[in-house]
Ligand binder design. Structure first.
Ligand code: GDP
Length: 512
């Protein structure tokens, strides 16, 4: 095996620009270059072995791990909390199509996460392909090609014709070196949780991508607010392993809770130290703290909000231009409320994409679109994921709708409205029970109304009006000045002089 170069790649780019094809080409190249079985298929991640770009290491293989499931829940959650497990993003741009809205979105995502970008200008085999134009467009978006004195490596490739793939991989390794993404297998291991579940038999089970160091069976670990020790470890095929080296995904058992995907897992010096750190984090989550550190800080804050019963409306904002994104974000952040918080978990230029929906679904956010459309398939996905998408073309309408949604999170205030009174004059017995022969003194009484029986102002009973009768006829309602027979649901002990007070409960939406 290699020295364990630890870096993790993600691909991004506009739809149909060739992300999938490029990964396929890389896999094929790696298989052809490496020994048979040079690829290990992992959960949401796979590792390829490629020849070292260094002459002095000729013949040696190096390892690259790809995370290639952008729709994966873990990514959405990781992005949602601003963590990013990818060390380098390979931005795929088709040379015959150029920079498109999703390309820009990908650039913004990578910039936001401070992840370096390497550009693969794909489809150079297509007649009319123009890598120069792509580079110019990239420059307009702040990515300066290395060939023109900038720091962004652009590789011209054809995924389907298998052109330039070797060069791309070589550049990836060199870039990783520049970034010093050299893992030290001897350091204390750290990893990122990709998935975590509660297994009925084994307890909390996590899939962890080891990012540095070597994770070993028996290691004391802390992960968010949970701690424990690695009781057992398995590789992607379910085989028991004793250790996991950098850039390797492993399934582990032994933590005392289920952390969120994206949480960092750290090996500690002792079980005592792991427990202390875990307990400290739990305490931080319980008491409201603004101490920002660790991956769990956002959850800690949200939990604190929940503890205070302060509700948060989360939004994903997509707009037609960066200027609109900024203007709307500014206006939204200016909405003041003591009762409801607003959090823009993602904002970008471009059509509403499936990723936006997944992000919104994972964080229970609503999606706001300003002068944008839905990418294909988004509408169906949103229905399945139960995500609300609202489209606007006027800013103040958008702001008003957000205010309404924020207010909608608040429980309405209830208010009692008295609708009428009746005074009991005489009490009759009928086959079904007692009837209060009464006169409606003010307002009106209606069947189904809430009612209370007052005797010298003390409440004897609260319930509902079951029937109202005028002479022989059952009626729905009796107004002031008329007499009637009243039966209540579950009350018989009327006395002459009792007052029946009818009322309704109104729900009043709260103001922000
Ligand atoms: P993705 O949506 O970014 O994953 O794009 P795909 O990998 O699915 O590719 C979209 C289409 O472009 C497919 O029909 C591919 O066969 C085609 N394609 C991808 N790479 C190349 C390339 O280098 N040259 C040519 N001519 N076609 C390509």
């Amino acid at each position: 095996m290699s020295a364990g170069r630890n870096f993790i790649l993600g691909t991004a780019g506009h739809v149909d620009h060739g992300k999938t094809s490029l990964l396929d080409a890389i896999r094929k190249t790696a298989v052809a270059a490496g020994e048979a079985g040079g690829i290990t298929q992992h959960i949401g991640a796979y590792t390829v072995m490629v020849p070292s770009p260094h002459k002095e290491k000729a013949g040696q293989m190096e390892q690259i791990t790809f995370l290639d499931t952008p729709g994966h829940e873990a990514f959405t959650k990781m992005r949602a909390r601003g963590a990013n497990v990818t060390d380098i993003v390979v931005l795929v741009v088709a040379a015959d199509d150029g920079v498109m809205p999703q390309t820009v979105e990908a650039i913004n995502h990578a910039k936001a996460a401070k992840v370096p970008i390497l550009v693969a200008i794909n489809k150079i085999d297509v007649p009319g392909a123009n890598p120069m134009t792509v580079m110019k467009q990239l420059q307009q978006h702040g990515l300066n090609p290395e060939a023109w004195g900038g720091d962004v490596i652009c590789c011209e490739v054809s995924a389907t014709k298998n052109l330039g793939i070797d060069k791309l991989l070589e550049n990836l390794l060199l870039q990783a070196e520049l970034l010093q993404l050299q893992a030290n297998p001897k350091r204390q291991a750290v990893g990122t949780v990709i998935e975590a579940q509660l297994d009925p038999g084994a307890g909390p089970t996590l899939t962890v991508l080891v990012r540095a160091g070597t994770l070993k069976q028996g290691d004391p670990i802390v992960c968010g607010p949970y701690w424990g020790k690695v009781r057992a470890m398995y590789d992607d095929k379910g085989a028991k392993i004793k250790q996991a080296t950098p850039a390797t995904p492993a399934r582990i058992i032994g933590l005392n809770g289920v952390p969120e995907p994206g949480t960092e897992l750290t090996v500690m010096a002792s079980e005592k130290a792991a427990r202390e750190l875990g307990e400290q984090r739990q305490a931080e989550m319980r008491t409201v703290t603004t101490a920002v550190s660790r991956v769990a800080s956002r959850e800690a804050l949200l939990e604190a909000f929940e503890a205070e019963k302060k509700k948060t409306l989360k939004v994903v904002l997509k707009a037609d231009a960066q200027g609109s994104v900024e203007a709307i974000s500014g206006a939204l952040n200016a909405i003041k409320s003591d009762k409801v918080a607003l959090e823009i978990i993602h904002s970008a230029v471009g059509a509403i994409s499936e990723n936006d929906v997944l992000l919104a679904s994972a964080s229970r956010a609503v999606i706001l679109g300003f002068h944008v459309r839905l990418a294909s398939g988004v509408s169906d996905l949103a229905k399945r994921e139960n995500v609300e998408i609202k489209l606007f073309s006027v800013i103040y309408e958008l702001i008003d709708a957000v205010k309404d949604s924020m207010a909608g999170l608040l429980e309405p205030v209830t208010r009692e409205v008295i609708t009428g009174h009746a005074e009991v004059r005489k009490v009759f017995e009928v086959s079904k029970g007692m009837v209060a022969g009464s006169v409606v003194s003010d307002g009106r009484l209606a069947v189904g109304n809430r009612v209370r029986v007052l005797r010298r102002k003390a409440v004897q009973y609260e319930g509902f009006i079951q029937t109202l009768r005028r002479y022989q006829d059952e009626v729905k309602e009796v107004r002031a000045g008329y007499d009637c027979g009243i039966r209540l649901d579950g009350f018989q002990d009327f006395q002459p002089g009792d007052v029946l007070e009818a009322y309704t409960i109104e729900k009043i939406p709260q103001k922000l």
